[in-house]
Design a protein around this ligand. Structure first.
Ligand SMILES: [Zn+2]
Length: 294
C-alpha cells in the first residue's frame, strides 16, 4: 500500500464540480466501504475540526465504465504509516510531517485500484444550495455581530468588519443547510465574564432580528461579488471568503464553498429564537436564502 506524499489538490474553492485525477490509495474501512484517495478532486469533504459544511454529493467514474456513488467525503491524514479518517485524526490540519487528503468513501467492493484514472462529478444543484447557504451564514454572523456591538461592556476580539465577534465567542454549533444555515450560540457565564450583557439581546429579540434583516437587505441589494482567495491549491492551504460591503471589504478564513455573488442568494432572512438550556440561555439563528438563483 502506498499512502500519499502530498496534500490533495482541491478544485472546489474555484467552484469546480468536475475533476479528473488518479487514484493514489485505496483502503477498506471496518464497515466494508472503501476509502479512495485521489491526487486531485472537486469534492468538498466535511472538515474534521469544524464540520459546518457537509460533504458534496458526487459520483466517481472509472475508465472501465463503472460509476460509484461517493457515499461520504471526509478529511483524512497520514503520517506515512497509517491513515486516519475524520475525528480519528490525532493532529491539527497542517501539522508538520502529516499529509492531509480527501477520502472518498465508496461502496463495498467498488472496483477501483491505485493508479486508475478516474473522473469525479459533483451534484451541481446540491453544491449550489450549500454554497448559497454558506455565504448566507457568513453574512448573517457579521450582521448579528454588528447588531450586538452595543451589548459589550469590555473590548473583545473584533470580527472582519471591526465589530465585537459575538459569533466567534458564543458559537456552539454551525450547520450549513441547503440555502441556509442554523447557528446555535450559548449565552453562558464565560460570555458574561468577557463583558457580554445578554439582557440587551433578550429584552427585545424581535428588534435585534429586524435590525439584522434590514442590514442583510442592504448588503444583498448590492449584489456584490464573493471572492475566494487562496494561498494555494492544496486542501490545507488557507482560503478566505471576501466580499466588498458598503462599509468596507470583509475577509474571513473559510474552507467551504460559496455563492459567486450576494445576488445569487436571492435575499437573506434570519429568525432568532432563545431557549433555556442546561444552565445557560441558547440563541438559535436560522438563516435562509429567500429566493436563490437556480
Ligand atoms: Zn465558512
Amino acid at each position: 500500500m502506498s499512502l500519499p506524499t502530498e496534500d490533495t489538490t482541491v478544485t472546489y474553492p474555484s467552484g469546480a464540480v468536475e475533476s479528473t485525477g488518479e487514484v493514489l490509495h485505496v483502503q477498506d474501512l471496518p464497515d466494508g466501504t472503501r476509502a479512495v484517495l485521489l491526487d486531485t478532486t472537486a469534492v468538498h469533504p466535511v472538515d474534521a475540526a469544524w464540520p459546518d459544511q457537509g460533504a458534496d454529493r458526487a459520483v466517481l467514474k472509472t475508465a472501465a465504465g463503472s460509476a460509484y456513488d461517493v457515499q461520504d467525503a471526509v478529511v483524512a491524514a497520514t503520517d506515512g504509516t497509517s491513515l486516519f479518517l475524520g475525528a480519528d485524526i490525532p493532529v491539527k490540519k497542517g501539522t508538520e510531517g502529516w499529509i492531509f487528503a480527501v477520502a472518498h468513501v465508496l461502496p463495498a467492493g467498488a472496483a477501483v485500484q491505485e493508479g486508475d484514472p478516474v473522473r469525479i462529478e459533483v451534484d451541481p444543484a446540491y453544491r449550489a444550495a450549500l454554497s448559497a447557504g454558506h455565504t448566507a451564514c457568513h453574512l448573517a454572523s457579521l450582521a448579528l455581530n454588528r447588531q450586538l456591538a452595543g451589548a459589550w461592556k469590555k473590548d473583545v476580539l473584533p470580527d472582519a468588519a471591526g465589530n465585537p465577534n459575538f459569533d466567534a465567542l458564543a458559537i456552539e454549533t454551525s450547520t450549513i443547510t441547503e440555502h441556509g444555515s442554523v447557528d446555535v450560540y450559548r449565552l453562558g457565564k464565560s460570555l458574561r465574564r468577557k463583558g457580554f450583557r445578554p439582557e440587551v439581546l433578550l429584552e427585545d429579540l424581535p428588534a435585534v432580528e429586524a435590525g439584522i434583516n434590514a442590514l442583510m437587505a442592504d448588503w444583498t441589494a448590492t449584489g456584490a461579488e464573493v471572492r475566494i482567495e487562496c494561498d494555494g491549491g492544496r486542501l490545507t492551504d488557507l482560503r478566505r471568503w471576501s466580499v466588498d460591503l458598503p462599509e468596507g471589504t470583509v475577509s474571513i478564513p473559510c474552507g467551504g464553498t460559496h455563492a459567486a455573488s450576494l445576488q445569487e442568494t436571492g435575499g437573506i432572512q434570519v429568525t432568532l429564537t432563545a431557549a433555556e438550556g442546561d444552565g445557560a440561555t441558547t440563541l438559535t439563528m436560522d438563516t435562509i436564502c429567500v429566493s436563490p438563483a437556480g
